[in-house]
Write a new protein. Structure first.
Length: 100
C-alpha cells in the first residue's frame, strides 16, 4: 500500500475524480453539537422550527468553514439553505477552523 488517506469525504471526492485516489470508503459519521456561552440559557432545538428560531435569534453563529472542507460546516450550510434561512444566518456567521 503506497498511501492511506483519512480525509473528509468532500476533500477526497475531487481526488478520486481526478484519479489521485483509487477509491473512497466511508469510515465514520460525525455528530454535530451545539455549544453556547457559559451562563446563557440552552436554546430549544428539538424541532426544525425551534432550530430555525434559535439560529435566527442568535447574534453570531459560529461554524466550521464550509470553504475549508469542514464537514459540519458543509452540512449546516446546506441545512440552512433547505430551511430557507441561509441568507439571514450568513450575515452573522463566524466561520472557524473547528478548534477552540
Amino acid at each position: 500500500m503506497k498511501l492511506l488517506c483519512a480525509l473528509a469525504a468532500p476533500v477526497m471526492q475531487p481526488l478520486e475524480r481526478n484519479g489521485s485516489l483509487t477509491g473512497c470508503v466511508e469510515l465514520s459519521r460525525t455528530a454535530i453539537g451545539v455549544a453556547i456561552q457559559a451562563g446563557a440559557p440552552c436554546p430549544d432545538i428539538s424541532t426544525p422550527g425551534s432550530l430555525v428560531k434559535a439560529l435566527l435569534d442568535a447574534r453570531p453563529v459560529a461554524l466550521t468553514d464550509p470553504a475549508a472542507g469542514g464537514t459540519a460546516g458543509i452540512y449546516l450550510a446546506k441545512l440552512m439553505q433547505r430551511l430557507g434561512i441561509a441568507g439571514a444566518v450568513r450575515q452573522k456567521t463566524l466561520p472557524g477552523s473547528g478548534t477552540v
